[in-house]
Design a protein around this ligand. Structure first.
Ligand code: AMP
Length: 142
C-alpha cells in the first residue's frame, strides 16, 4: 500500500534514529525546525510518533519512502545510519532529486567518506575520527 506523503516543505529529512540520529532529532525538535524521521525499526517509529515527531516507517534507500518524505522539496538530508552502502543509495537519490538539497552523511572509514562524497554528499562525518579527536582533546587537558 502507498505510504502517506508528508505535508512538510523545506524540511530536514533525518534518516535513522539510533545513537546518532536521536541526538540530532532532539536538537531539531528543541529548535522547532521542521523535520521528519525515516526509521526502519517499527518500535522506534511508534515511540517517535508518541512523542509528537513525524516518522515514516521503512528503509530510506527505497525510492517510494524518500518520495513520501518529499525528498525533492527538502532542504537537508541527514543520513545518520552506519551502513555506507545503503547510505550511498540514499545520498545518490537525494542528489538526483534536487541540486540544492544539503546532504550530510555518516561514515566509519576513509573509503566510505570518499564513496559518499563521490555520490554527492556535502559533508561526511567519519565517526571514529570524531571519537579520536574528542579523546585526544581530553588527553591533552588531563
Ligand atoms: P545507530 O547506529 O545507533 O545510530 O542506529 C542506526 C539507526 O538507523 C537504527 O535505529 C536503525 O534502525 C536505523 N537504520 C539503519 N538503516 C536504515 C535505513 N536504510 N533506513 C532507515 N533507518 C535505518
Amino acid at each position: 500500500k502507498a505510504i502517506p506523503v508528508t505535508h512538510l516543505r523545506d524540511h530536514t529529512i533525518l534518516v535513522g534514529y539510533g545513537r546518532v540520529g536521536n541526538i540530532i532529532g532532539n536538537d531539531l525538535k528543541q529548535k522547532e525546525q521542521p523535520f521528519l524521521v525515516i526509521e526502519v525499526s517499527e518500535g522506534a517509529v511508534s515511540k517517535l510518533r508518541e512523542s509528537g515527531i513525524e516518522a515514516l516507517a521503512g528503509n530510506a534507500a527505497q525510492p517510494e519512502v524518500l518520495k513520501a518524505a518529499r525528498l525533492a522539496e527538502s532542504r537537508n538530508v541527514v543520513v545518520a545510519i552506519p551502513e555506507a552502502f545503503e547510505a550511498g543509495q540514499i545520498v545518490q537519490q537525494a542528489r538526483a532529486a534536487s541540486p540544492d538539497v544539503r546532504i550530510i552523511a555518516r561514515a566509519h572509514s576513509d573509503a566510505e567518506v570518499e564513496h559518499l562524497q563521490g555520490l554527492g554528499a556535502h559533508m561526511v562525518i567519519m565517526g571514529e575520527r570524531e571519537i579520536a579527536t574528542a579523546m585526544l582533546d581530553f588527553a591533552k587537558t588531563a
